[in-house]
Design a protein around this ligand. Structure first.
Ligand SMILES: Cc1ncc(COP(=O)(O)O)c(C=O)c1O
Length: 426
């Protein structure tokens, strides 16, 4: 065997140098802070993944973990689902990506629209962040207005507008102009929403809603709030964007259909790429015309890898393998898990929130959880063989059944009780 690089040594199971210790030519860690994404950060050097299969992931420290992180909810079918792997491999072997359209784009668009029959057209991007950025630009271009309404605690990725609801710690580096163009409405405060819009209805281009904001501890937006946002948007010619990057999995037609509210533009990503980079704007034809290149003066929208055949082919299989009865089954598994854990942690001052297949344990009643507590719980779950997101968001995947859900419930309960015991709330 010749000289193999670090990654090859790991894959061969041989000893590897901890990558956190590896330095670049000028002496710095290869990745800032040792991380390729800030969102991986869990307060101490993280393990790294070696391999995944179904609902399991193995890491460099020899742990076998139940994967309820699922790459931040995007792996609806778990790791390396065979039919998705086959579709992606076939697309890669056919050329991976081209500079002219490919058939898979139409296929995925068709599948998405069949689930979202109130909307007309799809444009693909590479991430939820990009989809939201473009949706806001479409809304601004079509209304000729600039201001945007968001809800506090809503997460819409890391574009500049999307950072504003996170507050001052998120908006360093964002211009005053962008900050001033965004109105953050307290979650479920209908009166605040109404007054903000009615004070200057002609200034608002868009209302953007995340129906299950993870940054607010996975509290749901109330149906009354969403219906009022719909009513005000229609009345004042504002574009209603519902960001279903994370929540599309919760209903066959996304969470907005479960609420009985149709947006003008819906943004999504994650599961619709089958585990590969993706984002999508799905919208009414009158709005999507803004990015129709056959129309003079249309908005520039591209992306070298937007609609790439690998993401499109994998995403099409992922959607086909997630029919209505699977959506229901997975949501019921989530409900069972939530009930089982809640009955054992409420007394310790914690609760599990969420909806359907998305769960998160938080101190009871919290609308914001400090990072140190999130990280303590992350390590406590990790040590018990359960992998969540650093903010403790857990998502179920279709390879899971009742026994795995029960196992997740047991491991989560133990971890929460350990954290509660170590740092009791006053
Ligand atoms: C509601 C919502 N919008 C947008 C995003 C950003 O998506 P991405 O990470 O693909 O850029 C996320 C990511 O978690 C999300 O949950």
């Amino acid at each position: 065997m010749g000289t193999s690089n670090h990654t090859e040594r790991i894959l061969e199971g041989g000893p590897a140098v901890d990558p956190h210790l590896r330095r670049g030519p000028r002496g710095f860690p290869l990745l800032p802070g040792g991380y390729g994404r800030s969102t991986y950060y869990t307060g101490a050097p993280s393990p790294y993944a070696i391999r995944g299969e179904g609902y399991r992931v193995w890491d460099d420290r020899g742990h076998e973990l139940i994967d309820a992180n699922n790459n931040f909810t995007s792996l609806i079918h778990g790791n390396a689902q065979p039919e998705i792997t086959e579709a992606a491999t076939k697309a890669i072997a056919s050329g991976a990506s081209w500079g002219i359209p490919n058939l898979y784009e139409w296929e995925l668009a068709d599948l998405l629209l069949s689930r979202l029959p109130a909307l007309d057209q799809v444009r693909f991007a590479n991430s939820g962040t990009e989809a939201v950025m473009s949706a806001i630009r479409i809304a601004r271009a079509s209304t000729g207005r600039e201001r945007v309404i968001v809800t506090q605690g809503g997460y819409h990725g890391t574009s500049e507008v999307a950072l504003v609801p996170g507050g001052p710690s998120y908006t360093r580096g964002v211009t005053r102009g962008v900050i001033n163009d965004v109105t953050s409405v307290p979650l479920n405060d209908i009166e605040f929403l109404r007054q903000a819009i009615e004070a200057a209805p002609d200034s608002y281009a868009a209302i953007i809603l995340d129906l299950l904001p993870n940054r607010a501890g996975l509290l749901s937006i109330s149906e009354e709030f969403v219906r009022e946002a719909r009513r005000l948007a229609t009345r004042y010619g504002i574009v209603l964007i519902i960001d279903e990057t994370i929540s599309l999995r919760l209903g066959y037609g996304g969470l907005s259909r479960e609420y009985g509210v149709d947006p003008d533009l819906l943004t999504t990503g994650k599961l619709i790429g089958g585990g590969f980079p993706v984002g999508a704007i799905v919208g009414l034809a009158a709005l999507m015309a803004e990015v129709d290149p056959t129309r003079p003066g249309s908005l520039p929208h591209g992306g070298t890898f937007s609609g790439n055949p690998v993401s499109m082919a994998a995403g099409a299989v992922a959607l086909r393998l997630y029919p209505e009865d699977e959506v229901k089954r997975l949501n019921q598994l989530g409900d069972l898990t939530r009930d089982a854990v809640n009955s054992r942690i409420l007394e310790a001052g914690w609760e599990v929130r969420g909806r359907g297949s998305l769960l998160r344990a938080v101190p009871a009643g919290a609308t914001k959880v400090d990072e140190a507590t999130q990280h303590r719980l992350w390590w406590a779950t990790y040590e018990r063989g359960l992998l969540g997101s650093p903010a403790n968001l857990l998502s179920l995947s279709t390879p899971m059944d009742e026994s795995i859900a029960a196992e997740i419930g047991d491991r989560l309960t133990e971890a929460v009780l350990k954290v509660a015991q170590d740092s009791p709330r006053s």
